[in-house]
Structure formats: structure tokens, C-alpha cells
Design a protein around this ligand. Structure first.
Ligand code: SAM
Length: 265
């Protein structure tokens, strides 16, 4: 666990964390995959003139897509150096380095001045953050008046049985206390965002399994190769993988919400 994240459960007996493995494999994800990213981009009215901040950018897939497909300028931040290194490599491979910049930062204490960005995106990040209202207030602070915040975060559709909650916590390495869509909405409104669009969604497990589609073929081959090599080489990784399968009926309880709000101005 890095500083700025929710307290680790610390009971998995593993030295590897959920995000260490993802950084090593060069892959990060959020519910709804590329389709939900596209929806956020549209609802946030992002075009080639926009200056966009991608919070918890992971390996930089969304930030590089924005720069490549829309031609806009993007800053991606993440708590982990290993994610930022991955994201910089991606920007070089996709030849968008002139429009994308990546930095290590904590969403709860951003270094940017007030009112800098036209849009702030945040895909499956605040779920892992200890002070969510503070983080949402930071997103609103760095946004220009009239700009948009777009969130894609996990929610409970219904509170799961205690055993399942523990299981999800083990996999994500956190104490799982997911908010409802209503709580996310309340935090956005308290931070001064208005006309908030809320889409509460259920997860299509088969579709989730095809999320790697947002990466290029060469990247996917590299991910599988690294995962396999680590699995073969490391007993720690084998132990990690064995203990980390989501329960079959998890998506009866675990959903996600897209929320987009405009800063008053
Ligand atoms: C589930 S991944 C999602 C990554 C990316 N948004 C995507 O959709 O592929 C969550 C990311 O949030 C980052 N993160 C966690 N806590 C953070 C914090 N306090 N500040 C910034 N980034 C954070 C993690 O390092 C990780 O890269």
C-alpha cells in the first residue's frame, strides 16, 4: 500500500499488492472498459482545445487515447512511480509525448493551481483513497469554472454478505466500504458541482473479460508474457493468483456509477 491509499487489510500474507502486479504487467482497468471512458469523454465535452487532468492514470491508456484521438493536452497523475513509468513509455510508443505529461501525485493533495483544467477524469481511483470527500474537493478546485468532473467509481448495488465483502477486500488489498451513487453525488455537490448526471450501472462479466481490447495487440502479448513469466518464476505470484478470484455472484452486489458534474462559473 502507498501513502494516500485506504488502509491495507494486511492479512493476505502476500508481499505483492494488487497494484504492484498491475504495474508489473503494464495493465490497469476500470469497470465498463473503453465504452465507459468514451461516455465520460462525451459527457465532459472534451475536444481538441481541452486541457484535461486524468487522476490515477495507471498505465496511461485513457490519457494517451485522449491525446491521440482528440489532439488535446493531458496531464496524468498517479500515486505510484511504476505506473507513471509505464504511462511515459506508452506515450513514447504512441507518439503523443508532445501533448501528454505524467507525474507522481496524490489526488488528495494536488500540486496544481486553482482553475487550471477544462475537464478532470477519474476512473476507478477514489474507491482506493482514504479521504474521498477531500479528493473530490481537490478535483473541483483544479477545474476551471464551467469545466467538468467525470467519475467512474465502484458502488454497492446491494450490500453483499460479510464473507463476500472480505473476499473483495483481500483481492483489492483494502477494507472495502464502497459508497452508494447517492453518496458520490452528495460529495460532488458539496464540492460545488452542479447539473450532475448519474448513471448507475451493473457489470456484464463477459464484457469485463474483454477489457484488454483497449490495449494494442503488442501490449497485450507483452502483458501475457510478463504474467506467465512471473507466475512460473515466483511462488509468491502463484500464491497471490490462487487466492484472488472474485466470487462468481459478485456482480449481483458490485456495480459502478458514472457521474459527471459542471463547476459553477
Ligand atoms: C484501478 S486503477 C485504475 C487506473 C486507470 N484509471 C485505469 O482506468 O486504467 C487505480 C489507480 O489509482 C492509483 N491511485 C490509488 N490511490 C491514489 C491516490 N491517492 N492518488 C493518485 N492515484 C492513486 C493506483 O496507483 C492505480 O494506478
Amino acid at each position: 500500500m502507498a501513502d494516500g491509499e485506504k488502509r491495507s487489510r494486511g492479512d493476505s500474507g502476500s508481499q505483492l499488492s494488487y497494484f504492484d502486479i498491475q504495474a508489473y504487467m503494464g495493465t490497469t482497468k476500470h469497470m465498463g472498459g473503453f465504452e465507459s471512458t468514451q461516455t465520460l469523454i462525451e459527457l465532459c465535452h472534451i475536444d481538441e482545445n481541452a486541457y484535461v487532468l486524468d487522476i490515477g492514470c495507471g498505465v496511461g491508456a485513457t490519457a494517451c487515447h485522449l491525446a491521440r484521438a482528440y489532439g488535446c493536452r493531458v496531464v496524468g497523475i498517479d500515486l505510484r512511480e511504476a505506473m507513471i513509468e509505464n504511462a511515459r513509455d506508452r506515450a513514447r510508443r504512441e507518439r503523443v509525448e508532445d501533448r501528454v505529461e505524467f507525474r507522481v501525485e496524490d489526488v488528495q493533495a494536488l500540486s496544481f493551481h486553482e482553475g487550471m483544467f477544462d475537464a478532470v477524469l477519474c476512473e476507478s481511483v477514489l474507491t482506493f483513497v482514504s479521504d474521498r470527500p477531500k479528493a473530490v474537493a481537490e478535483l473541483a478546485r483544479v477545474l476551471k469554472p464551467g469545466g467538468y468532473v467525470g467519475l467512474n467509481e465502484e458502488v454497492w448495488i446491494e450490500r453483499p454478505p460479510a464473507g463476500m465483502m472480505e473476499r473483495i477486500g483481500d483481492i483489492w488489498d483494502i477494507e472495502v466500504d464502497l459508497p452508494t451513487s447517492g453518496e458520490w453525488l452528495g460529495w460532488l455537490e458539496s464540492a460545488g458541482l452542479r447539473d450532475v448526471v448519474v448513471r448507475s450501472l451493473t457489470v456484464d462479466a463477459r464484457r469485463e473479460a474483454t477489457q484488454v481490447k483497449r490495449y494494442r495487440l503488442r501490449d497485450i502479448a507483452g502483458m501475457f508474457y510478463r504474467a506467465l513469466a512471473l507466475y512460473i518464476k515466483s511462488s509468491e505470484m502463484r500464491r497471490y493468483m490462487r487466492g484472488r478470484r472474485l466470487p462468481k455472484d459478485v456482480f449481483q452486489y458490485l456495480g459502478y456509477a458514472l457521474l459527471v458534474g459542471r463547476k459553477q462559473g
